[in-house]
Design a binder for this molecule. Structure first.
Ligand code: SF4
Length: 486
């Protein structure tokens, strides 16, 4: 059986290293730290001043890279990518980095996000004779660069980035340079850091990653975010930056703080742990409940549960234990075990739960299927009452900016009230964090976060994306009344 998780999935993580003798090893370690952002495939491209080498495969970073495969990607420059597919098929041909040799030279590119006008650009380029090798939206960037009339690679890249719309945090490698860029709305995080040179003869290495947790593992010090609309180039002449786009309203993904990013990361100028703690505290104030224990749904619900417990005074206990060693598939016994898939991953501790009024804290409800099973498991373990508290508002609308979401119809909150959802879950009560409290928890005083999956109002035009999903993935075209932010 396939082990399904009723969670939204992040699409990708990226990393880049410039000027380090063990660049590919540091890229590998960075990907290791970013594994939560994508578990389907991973790859590293490296350069030594002349050639670009590449190794990529399906699977986890730890399974793909070893001493032998890392030796295939030598040099002092490297970029890395870990992928969970949302756009394009789940196959090695869509794994990244993508490496090409074109009119602008040798390049390799790795991208986190989703380009919402990729279908339109692709059709246009195909009419002009471009031949695409993959079904991934990322490849359109490479073709745009190759066909750009600009003479230098830097200008061609700026020109190409101006033509694409949507979410993109990307790193690009040439034989002697690293490029790092973020979309003008700053949907996905991308941070820059530095590893001090070992002596006065050794220059500092410059590094980039989706999250700062990658820096901690490679001994890099966080310097700053790559700014929305910024293109940073690191080469023999040093680090320089340009803005390829005029300023646009920001739309940083608020769900990075709710669920995707690791709590030990610092993204969008704020600690993820601090945000989640504040969400839990606000939730306790907004949806108080008389209960004996707070139980987090591990791992992502833990920090919010600690905040809820601290604010409410209800003690926290680890009443659900996670098995961290479960793969994507499993052989189920012939005699059916109820809630087998969920039990493989999460098992209740009867001793903690029996006779108690329990508050279960989770970061989101997507379809509601897992939450319903967890409530039932709590009751079977002897809970007197089960109250669900969710550290964000109801997810009513799909994401088009690099997060794998089910269709609108599959999202339980798109067509059910919290009361109806509570009844479906079999819980005694259900409380969601309000949008205003969520924004407060991430300190969003300037309206700089995207909240589209909670509001159904999108910052970009989505029509092209829906057509493409239907054409290339065989998914049913989702008819969405697209409301665009003014
Ligand atoms: Fe993030 Fe939701 Fe916006 Fe997607 S729609 S970028 S998940 S806040």
């Amino acid at each position: 059986m396939l082990i399904e998780t009723d969670k939204l999935h992040e699409e990708c993580g990226v990393a880049a290293i410039y000027g380090h003798p063990e660049a590919s090893k540091l890229a590998y370690l960075s990907l290791y730290a970013l594994q939560h952002r994508g578990q389907e495939s991973a790859g590293i491209a490296s350069a030594d001043g002349e050639k670009i080498e590449l190794h990529k495969a399906m699977g986890l970073v730890a399974d793909i890279f070893n001493v032998e495969t890392l030796a295939r990607v030598p040099g002092s420059l490297a970029i890395g990518h870990t992928r969970y597919s949302t756009t394009g098929d789940s196959a090695l041909l869509n794994a990244q980095p993508i490496r090409v040799e074109c009119s602008k030279g040798k390049i390799a590119l790795a991208h986190n996000g989703n380009i919402v006008n990729a279908h339109e650009i692709r059709s246009h380029l195909e009419h002009q004779g471009s031949i695409f090798q993959t079904t991934s939206d990322t490849e359109v960037i490479v073709h745009l660069i190759a066909r750009s009339k600009e003479e230098t690679l830097e200008s061609a890249m700026s020109d190409s980035l101006r033509r694409i719309e949507g979410a993109f945090s990307l790193v690009m490698l040439t034989p002697d340079r690293i490029f790092a860029a973020r979309d003008p709305r700053g949907f996905r995080p991308l941070v820059m850091g530095r590893i001090k040179g070992q002596s006065e003869h050794h220059k500092d290495a410059i590094v980039f990653a989706s999250e700062t947790c990658a820096f901690d593992l490679i001994g890099a010090v966080y310097e700053r975010e790559v700014k929305p609309g910024e293109l940073i180039i690191v080469g023999p002449e040093g680090v320089h930056s340009r803005f390829y786009s005029t300023q646009q309203p920001l739309s940083s993904c608020i769900f990075e703080h709710v669920y995707f990013s690791r709590p030990d990361s610092f993204i969008f100028g704020r600690s993820v742990q601090q945000s989640r703690d504040a969400m839990g505290r606000q939730l306790a104030l907004e949806s108080p409940v008389g209960a004996d224990i707070v139980i987090p749904i591990p791992d992502s619900g833990v920090t919010a549960a600690m905040g809820f417990s601290a604010e409410s005074g209800i003690p926290i206990q680890f009443g659900l234990i996670r098995n961290h060693y479960v793969g994507r598939t499993f052989i189920e016994p012939e005699q059916r075990v109820r809630d087998f898939g969920v039990r493989l991953k999460l098992n209740p501790v009867r001793h903690v739960i029996e006779g108690k009024r329990v508050v279960l804290i989770d970061d989101s409800i997507v379809r509601g299927t897992t939450s319903r099973k967890l409530v039932r498991m709590m009751r079977e373990a002897g809970a007197k009452q089960v109250h669900m508290r969710i550290s964000c508002p109801p997810t009513i609308s799909p994401c088009y900016y690099g997060v794998d979401t089910p269709t609108r119809e599959e999202l339980i909150a798109s067509s059910n009230t919290p009361e109806q959802i509570c009844k479906y879950l079999g819980a005694d009560s259900l409380g969601y964090l309000s949008l205003s409290s969520l924004k407060q928890a991430v300190n969003d005083t300037e309206n700089k976060f995207c909240t589209s999956c909670y509001t159904g109002v999108y910052p970009t035009d989505l029509v092209q994306l829906e057509v493409r999903e239907s054409a290339s993935n065989g998914k049913t075209t989702e008819v969405v009344a697209v409301e665009r932010e003014s």
